[in-house]
Design a protein around this ligand. Structure first.
Ligand code: SIN
Ligand code: MN
Length: 318
């Protein structure tokens, strides 16, 4: 699914020369998904948008990462037995560049289109997958956690991955089993030992079957790879994983989950920095917000409130 070539042909059919328009105008044109893309998402469970963000935009984000990773805070989860950050949570609440990314129309608009309603930020992570140190993410579905832990009613939340580094076959790219989202919530076990982060993982026998049914060695597993600035949208039930990063190249990527507002979680079993409790609809910023340093409110700019660590098993009203 190459959105660039789609748009190029759309523009060509309007009699315009895409080369004269330049990339910025092309990118703005990407915000509405075509019928063909919606059908591909429904069938395969993901869409890939290479180079959706420019190198200048990615640079603004990348420059903010080291000082976020340096902080000794609960929201930085480090790899098992290492100081390398595996996941930084909730940067959109205390880092201006990431707050802008969390309200970027190139990411938010297509997801609003898929769900037909406004969205709120359910989760925001910057995954390190650092050179030599980045550990595996076992095979799993995210909606398994959202329903089991957070009581999210339906899988009406979209996973988004935005590459801040080039992603290639060596630095631990995401792997998907195409079409596996059609199977709904699959049986999973809570893995508390393999990595530093607990995950509801799917056993090998079931993965073998799913891959075989998806085409075996012929596209039974796919792995969208590309330059920094590329984006993937993937379904909350799509089975995915990634291997460790033994290469000398970091694979920093932003992963966020945008949930339809009416589908907000019904309990706060996980800390707020992991599963957010503010269901206010996201209002998009202008398309150039990453480069113009558009002003943004940073609710946790003076530190994370202690309440963000509190958890409860009580059910909250719809
Ligand atoms: C995830 O599944 O949440 C992260 C996967 C990855 O970083 O490769
Ligand atoms: Mn996941």
């Amino acid at each position: 699914m190459n959105i660039q070539s789609e748009t190029l042909s759309k523009l060509n059919s309007r009699g315009k020369n895409p080369r004269i328009l330049g990339f910025d105008e092309l990118r703005r044109d990407f915000m509405e998904l075509t019928q063909q893309q919606i059908e591909a998402f429904d069938k395969d469970g993901y869409l890939f948008f290479p180079e959706l963000f420019t190198p200048e935009e990615v640079k603004k984000l990348n420059e903010a990462v080291p000082q976020l990773y340096d902080r000794r805070e609960a929201y930085n989860v480090r790899e098992k037995g290492s100081q390398a950050v595996r996941t930084n949570f909730a940067a959109h609440l205390y880092s201006a560049p990431f707050a802008r990314l969390g309200r970027h129309p190139r990411m938010v608009k297509p997801v609003e289109q898929v769900f037909g309603e406004k969205l709120y930020m359910h989760q925001f992570k910057i995954n390190g997958k650092m050179a030599f140190e980045g550990d595996v993410w076992q095979w799993h579905q995210d909606y398994g956690t959202w329903i089991n832990d957070d009581m999210m009613p339906e899988p009406r939340a979209m996973n988004v991955a935005i590459f801040l580094d080039d992603v290639n076959q060596y630095n631990g790219p995401l792997m998907f089993i195409p079409g596996s989202h059609k199977r709904g919530v699959l049986k999973a076990g809570h893995d508390l030992t393999t990595t530093s982060y607990p995950l509801w993982t799917i056993d090998n026998q079931l993965i073998r079957q799913l891959v075989e049914r998806a085409g075996g060695r012929e596209r039974g597993i796919v792995s969208p790879q590309g330059p920094a600035g590329s984006m993937i949208l993937f379904h909350g039930c799509l089975v995915h994983s990634s291997t460790s990063n033994l290469s000398p190249w970091n694979r920093v990527s932003v992963y966020l989950s945008l949930c339809a507002v009416s589908n907000h979680i019904r309990r706060f079993k996980r800390p707020e920095y992991i599963a957010h409790r503010d269901f206010t609809p996201i209002e998009c910023l202008p398309d150039d917000c990453l480069l113009t340093d558009h002003p943004v409110d940073l609710l946790w700019g003076n530190g994370m409130p202690n309440s963000a660590l509190e958890t409860s098993l009580e059910k909250i009203p719809a």
